[in-house]
Design a protein around this ligand. Structure first.
Ligand SMILES: Nc1ncnc2c1ncn2[C@@H]1O[C@H](COP(=O)(O)OP(=O)(O)OP(=O)(O)O)[C@@H](O)[C@H]1O
Ligand SMILES: [Mg+2]
Length: 343
C-alpha cells in the first residue's frame, strides 16, 4: 500500500519558486488499479517522481509524507530508495528508451535485476535442473566487448595482409581462431538458470521469440516491445506495485490497447497494484477501478471510476468527461486552465 500524505513539492527556477504540488493526498491499496488524470502541468508526474525521489536537482519535497506499506520513506536513504525502485515498485515511463541502458542487451539488464532481487531463486533453479547458475558460456565477455575485439583483430589482419606482412597478422588470427574454437566447444552447454529466468520474464509479458529479444539492444526493438521489456523488468524485480507514467502515449492506438491489456493481465496474475498516470479518461474507464483527478497541484476529486463517470462532482472533472470523444469521431480536447478560470 502506498500512501501519499499532504505532499508538497517546489521547483527553484530562475523566475522564483514554482509550487508544483500543493498538498497531494493519495492512497493506493494492494491489488488495485488506480488512475491519476489531469491536464498537462497539473502535477501528475511530479507526484510520482516526488514519491520515488526521482526529482531533478531543482525540485524539492517541502512537506508531507510518503508511506510504503506503513514504512515512512519520505527521508529514506539512497540505498533503501534503490531497493524500492525496481524492487518493490516498478516504474515505466512514456519513453522507455530513455529508461533502458543503450549499451546493454535486454538479457543483461533483466539479468542484473534478477541477480539483485531473486538470487536465491536462480540458484534453486540451477541446482534443480543441474545447469549453470549465471553463465552458460565461459571465457566470454559481453556482446559489445566481443564485437570490439573481433573488429579490432580483423582490422589488423587485413592491414598486415595489405602491407604484405603476413607474419604480423598471425597473433590476431590466433585470437580469432580461439574465439571460434571456444564457441564451438561450448555449443552444447545448456542455458544458465539466469538465462532461463530472463526468458521466462520476457514470455510473461508476451513477447514473441523471447530468446532472440534477450540478445537485442533496446534500440533494436519497437516502442511497444521496449515497453513490454520495462514491464518484464518490474516483474523481474518482484515489484508489488507498478507506476506507469503515460505508458502508452507515445505508441499507436493498437499497440496502446495491447499494452494496457498486458498491464491489466499482469496486475491480475501477480496481484500487483498499479498507479496509471494518464490524461486520457477513456484509458482510465477501460483500465482502472478508482481514479483521482488532479488540477493545479492538488487532487480535486477521487472516487470509483463508475461513480466519477456517473456523478462527477468537480467542475474540472465534468470538463474532462466532456472532452472524451464520443463514438470516436470528435477530436479529444482537454480543457485548459484559462478556459476553466478558477474553480
Ligand atoms: N523541472 C522543472 N522545473 C520547474 N518546474 C517544473 C519542473 N518540472 C515540473 N515543473 C512544474 O510542475 C508542474 C507539474 O508538472 P508535471 O510534469 O507533474 O505535469 P503533468 O501533470 O505530469 O503533465 P503532463 O500531462 O504534461 O505530463 C508543471 O506545471 C511545472 O510548473
Ligand atoms: Mg507528466
Amino acid at each position: 500500500m502506498l500512501e501519499i500524505k499532504d505532499l508538497k513539492t517546489n521547483f527553484n527556477t530562475y523566475d522564483g519558486v514554482v509550487k508544483a504540488l500543493n498538498g497531494v493526498n493519495l492512497t493506493i491499496k494492494d491489488g488495485e488499479i488506480f488512475g491519476l488524470v489531469g491536464e498537462t502541468g497539473s502535477g501528475k508526474s511530479v507526484t510520482c517522481y516526488s514519491a520515488l525521489k526521482l526529482l531533478p536537482k531543482t525540485g524539492e519535497v517541502v512537506g508531507g509524507n510518503i508511506l510504503l506499506n506503513g514504512e515512512d520513506i519520505t527521508h529514506a536513504s539512497e540505498d533503501r530508495l534503490r531497493q524500492i525502485r525496481g524492487g518493490e515498485i516498478g516504474i515505466i515511463f512514456q519513453d522507455p528508451l530513455s529508461a533502458l541502458n543503450p549499451v546493454m542487451t535486454v538479457n543483461e539488464q533483466i539479468g542484473e535485476i534478477l541477480v539483485l532481487h531473486q538470487d536465491s531463486k536462480i540458484k534453486e533453479l540451477a541446482s534443480e535442473k543441474e545447469i549453470p547458475v549465471y553463465k552458460s558460456e565461459k571465457w566470454k565477455a559481453s556482446p559489445g566487448v566481443e564485437f570490439t575485439i573481433m573488429a579490432f583483430c580483423i582490422s589488423f589482419i587485413s592491414l598486415f595482409i595489405m602491407l604484405g606482412q603476413f607474419t604480423f597478422s598471425l597473433p590476431f588470427l590466433f585470437v580469432v581462431g580461439m574465439m571460434f574454437l571456444r564457441d564451438y566447444l561450448q555449443k552444447d552447454i545448456p542455458d544458465s538458470a539466469l538465462d532461463l529466468m530472463v526468458i521466462d520474464a520476457l514470455s510473461r509479458v508476451k513477447l514473441p521469440n523471447p530468446k532472440q529479444i534477450a540478445q537485442s539492444y533496446p534500440h533494436e526493438l519497437s516502442g511497444g516491445m521496449q515497453q513490454r521489456v520495462m514491464i518484464a523488468m518490474a516483474l523481474a524485480g518482484k515489484a508489488k506495485m507498478l507506476i506507469a507514467d503515460e505508458p502508452t502515449t507515445a505508441l499507436d492506438v493498437t499497440i496502446q490497447a495491447q499494452i494496457l491489456q498486458l498491464i491489466k493481465d499482469i496486475q491480475k496474475e501477480e496481484n500487483m497494484s498499479v498507479l496509471l498516470i494518464t490524461h486520457d479518461l477513456g484509458v482510465v474507464a477501460e483500465t482502472c477501478e478508482k481514479v483521482a483527478v488532479m488540477y493545479k497541484g492538488k487532487i480535486v476529486e477521487e472516487n470509483t471510476v463508475e461513480r466519477i463517470f456517473r456523478h462527477p462532482k468537480h467542475k474540472y472533472t465534468r470538463a474532462l468527461l466532456n472532452a472524451i470523444p464520443k463514438g470516436g469521431k470528435e477530436r479529444l480536447k482537454v480543457p485548459d486552465v484559462g478556459e476553466m478560470g478558477s474553480i
